[in-house]
Design a protein around this ligand. Structure first.
Ligand code: PLP
Length: 397
């Protein structure tokens, strides 16, 4: 039996692959410092778990509407109104099985074959593949470290062609942690309106910002932008709920209706129990988020200070999310053990196999020369992992 051409054209997720390789080593009894997965190490707060238990006891174990419970849509609407001043009606909200799934539904509902989607690099590994899976064409536009890995308005404008349909933006970003300030985002928003494009704004890390520059939602720049924006968010990162699989898109009602039809044929509803847990997360006390944030700040500061103290490594502290994206290119051309490190992939593989530190190569995010380390893991692992990284780097000749 042969896989389809479609399946053969999809690149497997590099972050998932890195996780699997580390598991292999762990199964051999090796202690691996694992920084590959973008997943908070905290357990889901107790009041959210209690809401899920209660939902089961109350018999909320049946199908729900395929785009989510009205109670959850109302909670999502209230959340966006409270945090970002955005007015979404429940009919403008589609709940899906995680942010990844909602992005795919949103792409299927808006893109036609051959449409171009502009994606600034470095980008989250799934964007380009999801665009391809929707039959459209990813157009990668390179940002630079000098520009804090942010897309500049003139760059965006010159990447637009008659086939351009959408811009995918992610602030704060996975993998760089960079977040757009209001004026930077507004200049991009103006082009979206001017060229009548769609902006898919992935705001999954919006609550995890560590600087004084406040987060700004793309849809907040007036009606013309609001009408052209698909706002993506979810509970995975903010509330340490990666396994519960709840994410959503807010946008024009006709697009949301189309997403509902797609999900109705594809997955039906996201887990009913998880939906009740998500309601508790959005409506419950928010102190739990602040507590996790305090920990992330400590880890971010420690990771950056340690990385910058290692010869030939450097990083600017990320504005948000929980990733350190650092330049490792000074080590290319060196030999570690009997391995010649020639790019970020060989660097990360040798570091895992010899130093037992698991990171993800920058090339997976469309940025050769870098490695990504998630600091959503314990301080103990971070300390041990950075010691191991430093010791391994010193063996390069
Ligand atoms: C930028 C970005 N968007 C979306 C997701 C997916 O989130 P979920 O677990 O809700 O599917 C991730 C997860 O790593 C991410 O980094």
């Amino acid at each position: 039996m042969q896989v389809s051409q479609y399946a053969a054209s999809i690149t497997p997720s590099a972050t998932m692959a890195a996780g699997a390789k580390a598991k292999e080593l762990k199964a051999q009894g090796i202690n691996v410092f694992d920084f590959a997965t973008g997943e908070p190490d905290f357990i889901t707060p107790a009041h959210i778990c209690a809401a899920a238990t209660q939902a089961m006891k109350d018999g909320h174990t049946k199908y729900t509407p395929s785009s989510g419970l009205i109670e959850l849509k109302q909670a999502v609407a209230d959340y966006h109104r409270q945090w970002h001043g955005l007015d979404y009606a429940p009919a403008s909200i589609c709940v899906s099985s995680g942010a990844k799934h909602t992005i795919y539904s949103a792409l299927l509902a808006t893109l036609n074959p051959g449409d171009e989607v502009i994606i600034p690099t470095p980008y989250w590994v799934s964007y380009s593949e999801l665009v391809k899976m929707a039959g459209a064409v990813p157009i990668l536009v390179e940002t630079t470290r000098k520009n804090r890995f942010l897309l500049k308005a003139d760059q965006f404008r010159s990447a637009i062609t008659p086939k351009t349909k959408m811009l995918m933006l992610n602030s704060p970003s996975n993998p760089t942690g960079s977040a757009y300030a209001k004026d930077e985002l507004e200049s991009i928003a103006k082009i979206i309106v001017d060229k009548n494009l769609i902006c898919l704004s992935d705001e999954i890390y919006e609550r995890l910002i560590y600087t004084d520059t406040p987060f700004v939602a793309m849809a907040s720049f007036g009606k013309d932008v609001f009408d052209r924006t698909l706002t993506v968010n979810g509970v995975s990162k903010t509330y340490a709920m990666t396994g519960w699989r709840i994410g959503w898109t807010c946008g024009p009602a006709n697009i949301i209706k189309a997403m509902d039809s797609i999900q109705g044929q594809q997955t039906s509803n996201p887990s009913s129990i998880s939906q009740w847990a998500a309601i508790a997360a959005l409506r419950g006390e928010q102190q739990c988020v602040e507590q996790m944030k305090v920990e992330f700040v400590k880890r971010r500061d420690y990771v950056c200070q340690r990385l910058n103290a290692i010869a030939h490594l450097s990083i600017e502290p990320p504005d948000g999310a929980f990733y350190a994206f650092f330049d490792v290119s000074a080590y290319f051309g060196k030999t570690f053990g009997n391995v010649l490190v020639k790019d970020s992939q060989t660097f990360c593989l040798a570091l895992l196999e010899q130093g037992h530190v698991n990171t993800v190569q920058g090339s997976a995010f469309g940025a050769e020369g870098y490695a990504r380390m998630s600091f959503a893991t314990s301080m103990e692992t971070i300390r041990g992992g950075l010691d191991a990284l430093e010791a391994w780097l010193a063996t390069g000749k």
